[in-house]
Design a binder for this molecule. Sequence first.
Ligand code: GLN
Length: 446
Amino acid sequence: AACLARIDAHDGVLNSFISVSAERALAQADAADARRRAGAAGPLTGLPLAHKDIFCTRGVKTSCGSKMLDNFVAPYDAAVVERCDAAGLVMLGKTNMDEFAMGSSNESSYYGPVKNPWDLAAVPGGSSGGSAAAVAARLVPVATGTDTGGSIRQPAAMCGITGIKPTYGRVSRYGMIAYASSLDQGGVLAHSAEDCALLLGVMAGFDVRDSTCAEAPVPDYTATLNDSLAGLRIGLPREYFGAGLDADVARAVEAAIDEYRRLGAEVVELSLPNAELAIPAYYVIAPSEASSNLARYDGVRFGHRCAEPRDLLDLYTRSRAEGFGTEVQRRILVGTYALSAGYYDAYYLKAQQIRRLIRDEFLQAFTQCDLIAGPTAPSVAFDLGEKADDPVALYLADIYTVAVNLAGLPALSLPCGFKGQRPIGLQLIGPAFAEGRLLNAAHAYQ
Ligand code: GLN
């Protein structure tokens, strides 16, 4: 009830929620209470959370930030939602996001932009901007998000909170609306690595309904939070500290690295020479997968349907033209182009080859270090509207995050300072399934 009251008081300005499901929440809270009295409560029973509006929730609208799904109520729950429900967490509602998770500023949402609680003139980052702002403003203690190219880490950095994108396959994608299926991964936005560890432990694990979900057992991420960092080798890729990085962000990240030295870590210099290819490869692969995934929104079975279609083609064309915003249409066009006969080899296949090079480069780097550190984003949160007319400038906001998704690795962003009122994020990247090590390192700093 206290969280719902805070949402009532502050979300008119922040716009971090698309739906607030107060009745469902209070019923869940009562059930959690009963469970506690019966001695059957787990550590998170009764804890409020919010889900990004990309996770299907039975009985509560799932819009994915799009007019296309403004009328969509899923007939089933996403695996992540089921697992949180089973642990007794209380869902307060669904958070705002860039349309179909395509964006880095939350400005492509059909429901309007989210404001950054630290500075209302700034974007919160994206695409999980609603989750990041809701947690930062303490409307809810933890929230879920998804990260295809940075959408958990970048808004976490811009809102001054901690966010973890797990290894690809660690968290089930069942019921998580697809953007680019080979890159999409669910994760957590919270106030600390400890909170991330608790919620990730609930969300992670094998699910037979997602064919790419990993069978590896889920460790107790809280058990290793206090491990010593003595001897931990932290790699600093030269390419993450070059031109384009804001000087204040660089200083804050370097100061954080010094703190790791004091905690006993050993810092090694690295090179990831193909880092600069990550953005171009990502912006071929992600739109290609999106153009295929978004073909299902045809106005026939669910979602927006245009009024009085003349024939089937008119139904498809107008439903999609009306239902999708500009950025989503741009991605569908780019992806369809890159996959078409004659261009496939030149663009899509090439991008896949680069993807493998990037992954191999990370694997090679992890023979020299245990974790990689660097900035999460090249700058602090920018002003609302500042990059709205320049898609490429916006794509560059992901320059340090997208390679991790191409390689399928886990990574985390934690706060490491401010530029004026706006927070700065430190990114830690680990080898596959090293979530425990990332959370341990972040916890030691915090
Ligand atoms: N900003 C990137 C994009 O627009 C990443 C988004 C995401 O991770 N969902 O594709």
